[in-house]
Write a protein that binds this ligand. Structure first.
Ligand code: S3P
Length: 446
């Protein structure tokens, strides 16, 4: 996919130093808008991620009648005037989820419960991603969903209606699928139960109770929702903690660049998002937790990262969903470690914003890394440095672009990273924050 935007990155001119506050969590920002829109009353949100993915979610709910008011110029603080569970109106035009799989899949669950017709589109990347994983369960619940390839590809057409609760055994470890079914369950007659093959991020389960809707945890893999019949805007501000997925880029950069010492302020350490830290700890990274605290329903801590020599390892498959978005930059850590890094059972990486096994293998190989692609993962032999001077293609995938900017810090010359504009979907301030700790990265002047 060619969507423009070129980064020039690396090598680092010296040790990376400083304290850094990354923006709000993308997953929670989406959910805060969705639940706020469906609640009775006005929800106040702080720490919102001002990324294009989250703006897409906000715009879709505005098109269905919720009112979003930005309270500051940075668009990190806002109110959502909800319309109540049954107050959304039929959108006059197609809904556009942009690049966001989370928006598309979670909103499918909400649209399934509406007494109207809607069509949801996205960009070329989103149109290539599988949707039957959410279309199938909401059809069983009673919605009519269609799309290209029998409903597996967007644009999706959804005619919602009366839903019935289901006991859903998800074939895929996906928080998007779990959340879609739980959100549809808000509109269903009877209970909805979701069982996953591996535990995934639980932000939906943690945030729904703030809106008065309990979610029972039956066991580590199963949760159950008995619809309360309404959501109510919380009295307290919904606070969104800093996104661990954004923090990982700097954690890897600081681990790799000699002499670095960086503190990542107040990062979400929910165990279901903390897989990156477990993987890096197994790689012998020097990570220390300081100032543990809570932000809303989520645990946070300052994370101090000092440079050290990283070691190869085999990733525990149980950690994969908990680090699912961090593998592009963990591949960079592996390519610059000592020994062999082995990842398998990670075929989900092939259906992210790009095929992340293929796009990372292509980009890292172009810089001389030793990476062997496998159908469900990769084997990476570490090296002490990579070779710059060339051009790599981020394929319109934000995390590939940022991961390669980190890799470039350990190259002999700078690289060009093309099709990197999608960084704006999840981390628009990436370049500014990277520069603030001394990373060598800039946008190419157009
Ligand atoms: C997300 C879940 C993950 C993740 C995505 C955000 C969420 O997807 O990759 O960036 O907010 O629920 P899957 O659950 O489909 O793996």
């Amino acid at each position: 996919m060619n969507i423009g935007g070129t980064l020039i990155a690396g090598p680092a001119k010296g040790a990376l130093k400083g304290h850094i506050t990354v923006p709000g969590d993308k997953s929670m920002s989406h959910r805060s808008i969705m639940l706020g829109a469906l609640a009775e009353g006005t929800t106040k949100i702080e720490g919102f991620l001002p990324g294009d993915d989250n703006f897409a979610t906000a715009a879709m709910f505005e098109a269905m009648g919720a009112k979003v008011t930005w309270l500051n110029g940075e668009k990190t603080s806002l109110t959502v005037e909800g319309v109540g569970l049954y107050g959304l109106k039929e959108p006059e035009n197609v809904l556009d989820a942009g690049n966001s799989g989370t928006a598309a899949r979670l909103i499918t669950g909400i649209l399934a419960g509406q007494n109207f017709h809607s069509v949801m589109v996205g960009d070329a990347s989103l149109h290539s991603r599988p949707m039957s994983r959410v279309a199938d369960p909401v059809r069983v619940m009673g919605a009519k969903v269609d799309g290209r390839e029998g409903g597996n590809k967007m644009p999706l057409s959804i005619r919602g209606g009366k839903l019935k609760g289901i006991d859903f055994q998800s074939p895929v470890a996906s928080a998007q699928v779990k959340s879609c079914v739980l959100l549809a369950g808000l509109f269903a007659d009877g209970e909805t139960t979701v069982t996953e093959p591996k535990a995934t991020r639980d932000h939906t389960e943690r945030m729904l109770p703030l809106f008065g809707q309990a979610v029972d945890r039956v066991d580590a893999l199963t949760c159950r929702l008995k619809p309360a019949g309404k959501l109510v805007a919380p009295k307290d501000v919904v606070q969104i903690p800093a996104d661990p997925s954004s923090a990982t880029f700097f954690a890897v950069a600081a681990s790799l660049v000699e002499g670095s010492d960086v503190v990542l302020n107040s990062i979400g350490i929910n165990p279901r998002r903390d897989g990156w830290r477990r993987v890096m700890a197994d790689m012998q990274a020097d990570l220390t937790l300081e100032a543990k605290n809570k932000v809303g329903a989520e645990p946070v801590a300052d994370i101090r990262v000092k440079a050290t020599s990283l070691q190869g390892m085999k990733v525990n498959p149980q950690d994969i969903p908990d680090a699912i978005d961090e593998f592009p930059v963990l591949f960079v850590a592996a390519a610059l470690s000592e020994g062999t890094f082995i990842l398998d059972e990670a075929e989900e990486l092939r259906v992210k914003e790009s095929d992340r096994i293929a796009t990372m293998a292509e980009a890292l190989k172009a810089c001389g890394a030793n990476i062997e692609e496998k159908e469900d993962g990769a084997i990476i032999q570490g090296k002490s440095s990579l070779q710059g001077g060339g051009t790599v293609d981020a394929h319109g995938d934000h995390r590939i672009a940022m991961a390669m900017a980190v890799a470039a810090q350990k190259m002999d010359r700078e690289i060009r990273i093309e099709n990197a504009a999608a960084i704006a979907t999840s981390f628009p301030s990436f370049v500014d924050l990277a520069q603030s700790i001394g990373m060598n990265v800039r946008w190419e002047a157009s």
